[in-house]
Design a protein around this ligand. Structure first.
Ligand code: ADP
Ligand code: MG
Ligand code: MG
Length: 886
């Protein structure tokens, strides 16, 4: 027969799957000999069984009874006794902490026959009656589905009758009346009396904690935090201790270090004569742990020494809930504590200094996501007013702008704007692109606004439910904000401020830029140290996607060791567009060659600039990729222009020729059209000109004493013959220029066919670079521009995607193609170099995949280079003791 119940003394901190986080840690503390009220844990397995069958698993209740008897013996009193009752708390606690999401029921065992006894023992009659009415309300609601409003109405009626506004102002006698009223409500809705048998209360409470796993808010929370839905919660049953038995009692929360800054030293809040939840509820002003030292030095010393032991045991910051009853300290909870991104870095560094963890372990205590947060500009909180409201922080950043309420206004605005909508839909896309930030009153992290904003790197706060949004103003707690008023939106915290809050550049970015020294700054020196160690352990190199010398210089300052993708099409824009038009309109070889000859020196100068910035490091240049008609005016615009000219009886001239070309080149699906290598094979001389510009620029740099390391990358290859043809042409151009270093020629792998035939392709390629954006689009058969705003939110909600496949590589599908191509490519060509140049190259989870797939490097935007460096190091150090502070 399976076993479901474990006494605290039987468990330990590593049994979170079975006992949940709270239970495993209560067990660990019990085992360490710390003062934990006696109790036991019902396993998550029992919960899963209960949720599956809707009934208590066989044998569970007998086990509970046996373990309860041990608790009664230790406490020297029976559950719910009429004269000196043992009371119990029944506490939820799954593997991952879900603060406040599930039920915890206190004071089980209270009943008509012993409220007075509790009042005597706790010295607080009011508390006894208040506890009783809470018990009736909570069990009534969660177990018997009595509508919460029915209880609230009675409470309101008593408040009104005695003329007070807050429950806290009700006296013991008035609360006793509330209890009588509640019992009537209970009876009216259930047809029975409130259970007076303590054991029945206990069993009902256990069942309601099981059931609270599936409470709507808990389900939502897990979806947002990516916690699996099928784990179930454990139930911890333990003796109550009372912090509200006078001035010698109290309750508090504490951290072994400051979770905001990482500063060393115990840190916490204490409330004398109070019960657990009062501290966090913020109903009375709390005192600090130092104050506790003056009012109860003995308990304070005990607490500090316990905190030190907990840190040693967990080798990390711990957070703690404790209660003091008549001078005796009780530990009610501990866990590895949550912390801000800055504190995560600082603490990891401190723990290394203290000799508690190794540098490898320290890398496991921080994440690229945390580093990304530290790199966003932030609001100067000292200068910020109190927030107007707080929503879901959906996409980080600090945005300031004038409020607009529709997408067209945002797109037309000349000033920075914040687009404010109840929710967004695909029609809002132009406005979302134009806005500094997006604010909605509905939807969570998977809403349309959130998904699209994250994809674009736009600041977004969604689901700010306190906002009432009208057509040209919104109201929040009585304050009206009109269109045109300036607001500030913090995508990192979810805060919304009226007016313009000053924005501060991130000190971490200023350190990367060389503007701040890490000396003497705990955060910057921790970042420096952990990144240095990441670079030391990483197997993956980190290159940057950079198209200009300036981008490349910044990437280099951020630690990139090469350019993994230079997009040459950016060099065909602006004034150079007319040269491309000339190329397209050329009617004979001479005209075409003249157009190419005019482009050549411009390209050469671009490349020379890039080689200078990346001197001594590889620069991978992708030959032109997008369809040429992208360089021509749009069809609609041109048609209208030509029609207007003709209507005036004039000759449209060049526009007429352009229109013919645009019509000829029109594609109904350009993503799958004439682009990449196909273009190189169809437009004579185009690729050859680019190759010449590269090799000549390299020769010039060598002559000037530089060390250029160009590599030529052919986009969109699907068949080896394409690569062979282009390669032969490129090699013949390279052979005509002397004084340049040897130049590698490789290909992008971004068409599924290329991945599948990688063995053949590798024989003609010096390197592979995975273009995971196109590879994702083509593997799934959807185009990012069309689908991201259209249905990704729904897919995320349905769980078809755990994350957008454009943000985090779809390892099962697209990743399988990557693995296949690497394996087949390497088998055919052992020295083959492999890298990634899609956006996934900067995404933490994807980087871990690329590490394990055996790639040589990832390439990402300059801004994400430090994040990629950190994650490349983390991927290479899989410390056994990875801490989970989730
Ligand atoms: P959560 O997981 O939401 O933090 P808890 O299970 O920790 O919920 O319970 C909420 C509060 O109830 C805690 O702050 C704790 O102080 C109080 N509490 C729980 N069990 C006991 C107990 N046995 N004695 C006294 N207070 C308790
Ligand atoms: Mg708690
Ligand atoms: Mg591509």
């Amino acid at each position: 027969m399976s076993r479901y119940v474990y006494d605290f003394i039987e468990g330990n901190k590593d049994l979170k799957d079975l006992l949940g986080g709270k239970g495993a840690n209560l067990a660990e503390m019990t085992r360490m000999g710390l003062p934990v009220p006696p109790g036991f844990t019902i396993s998550t397995e029992a919960c899963r069984e209960y949720l599956r069958t809707g009934a208590m698993p066989a044998g569970l209740l007998d086990e509970v009874t046996q373990h309860l008897r041990m608790v009664e013996e230790k406490m020297g009193k029976p559950l719910g006794d009429a004269h000196d009752p043992l009371l119990l708390s029944v506490r939820s606690g799954g593997k991952f902490s879900m603060p406040g999401m599930m039920e915890t029921i206190l004071d089980i065992g209270l009943r008509d026959a012993n409220v007075a006894a509790l009042a005597r023992h706790s010295g607080d009659e009011r508390f006894a009656w208040d506890s009783y009415r809470r018990l009736i309300q909570m069990l009534g609601k969660t177990v018997f589905e009595v509508p919460g409003d029915a209880f609230e109405a009675e409470l309101a009626a008593v408040r009104a009758a005695v003329g007070v506004r807050s429950d806290a102002d009700l006296t013991a006698a008035q609360l006793q009346e509330v209890v009588q009223a509640y019992k009537k409500v209970f009876h009216a809705h259930t047809g029975r009396e409130f259970p007076q048998a303590p054991h029945e209360q206990l069993i009902l409470a256990i069942a309601s904690v099981f059931a609270s796993w599936n409470a709507e808010r808990a389900v939502l929370y897990r979806r947002q935090e990516r916690i699996p839905q099928d784990l179930g919660t454990a139930v911890n049953v333990m003796a109550m201790v009372f912090g509200n038995r006078g001035e010698n009692s109290g309750t508090g929360v504490a951290f072994t270090r400051d979770p905001a800054t990482g500063r060393r030293g115990a840190y916490g809040d204490y409330l004398p004569n109070a019960q657990g939840e009062d501290v966090v509820a913020g109903i009375r002003n709390t005192m600090s742990l130092d104050d506790l030292a003056t009012i109860d030095p003995k308990a304070h010393r005990r607490l500090l020494s316990i905190m030190e032991r907990l840190e040693q045991r967990y080798r990390d910051l711990c957070d703690i809930e404790f209660t003091i009853e008549n001078g005796k300290l009780w530990m009610l909870q501990t866990r590895v504590g949550k912390r801000t991104p800055a504190a995560a870095f600082v603490i990891a560094g401190q723990l290394v200094d203290e000799g508690t963890i190794t540098l490898d372990e320290a890398l496991q205590r921080v994440t690229g996501e945390q580093l990304a947060h530290l790199m966003f500009p932030s609001f100067d909180t000292a200068a910020a007013p109190a927030p107007l409201a707080t929503g879901v922080p959906a996409s980080p950043g600090a945005a300031v702008g004038a409020v607009v309420f529709d997408s067209a206004a945002a797109a037309a605005a000349t000033q920075p704007v914040i687009l404010v909508r109840r929710e967004t839909n695909p029609d809002d896309l132009p406005g979302m692109i134009a806005a500094q930030g997006i604010l909605t009153s509905r939807g969570g992290k998977t809403s349309h606004a959130a998904v699209v904003a994250r994809g674009m790197g736009r600041t977004c706060v969604c689901g700010a439910e306190d906002l009432e949004i009208g057509p040209d103003s919104f109201t929040v707690r009585g304050q009206v904000i009109h269109a045109g008023d300036v607001i500030s939106v913090d995508g990192t915290t979810g805060h919304i401020f009226a007016g313009s809050v000053p924005v501060r550049p991130s000190p971490v970015v200023r350190y990367f830029e060389g503007e701040l020294s890490p000396m003497g700054d705990p955060l910057l020196s921790a970042v420096q140290r952990l990144l240095a160690h990441a670079d030391h352990t990483a197997r993956l190199g980190v290159h940057a996607n950079a198209d200009t010398g300036l981008d490349a210089e910044r990437a280099r300052r951020f630690g990139a060791t090469g350019v993994g993708l230079c997009r040459t099409e950016h060099m065909f824009l602006g004034d150079r567009r007319v040269l491309v038009e000339r190329l397209i309109l050329a009617t004979d070889d001479a005209e075409r060659e003249a157009a190419l000859a005019a482009l050549l020196p411009l390209q050469r100068a671009d490349f020379a600039e890039l080689f200078t910035a990346m001197d001594g490091l590889p620069v991978t240049i992708r030959l032109i990729d997008p369809p040429l008609h992208e360089f021509l005016p749009p069809l609609e615009e041109l048609t209208a222009r030509v029609a207007r000219t003709e209507a005036l009886g004039a000759d449209p001239g060049r526009d007429g020729a352009l229109l013919t070309a645009v019509r000829r080149m029109h594609e109904s699906n350009p993503m799958l059209g004439l682009r990449g290598v196909r273009l190189g094979l169809v437009v004579p001389g185009l690729f050859a000109m680019q190759v010449r510009a590269i090799v000549e620029a390299a020769a010039t740099r060598v002559a000037a004493g530089g060390d250029p390391r160009p590599e030529i990358m052919i986009p969109l290859v699907g068949a080896v013959q394409e690569l062979e043809t282009v390669r032969a042409e490129a090699e013949s151009v390279l052979a005509t220029v002397t004084g340049a270093p040897p130049i590698r020629i490789g290909t992008m792998i971004e068409v599924p066919r290329a991945a599948l035939t990688a063995g053949e392709i590798a024989e003609h390629a010096d390197f592979f670079s995975f273009g995971t954006n196109d590879l994702t689009q083509m593997t799934w058969g959807f185009s990012r521009d069309d689908v991201e705003g259209a249905f990704f939110g729904r897919y995320l909600e349905l769980g078809i995607f755990a994350a957008s496949p454009f943000e985090t590589l779809d390892t099962r599908g697209v990743g399988e193609l990557v693995r296949t191509a690497v394996d087949r490519g390497r088998a055919a060509h052992p020295g083959l170099i492999t890298g990634v140049c899609g956006e996934h190259g900067g995404d933490p989870a994807s980087i871990h995949f690329f590490h394990h797939a055996g790639l040589d490097y990832v390439s990402c935007s300059p801004f994400r280079v430090p994040i990629a460096r950190l994650e490349a190091g983390r991927a290479a150090t899989t410390a056994a003791t990875a801490s989970d502070s989730r």
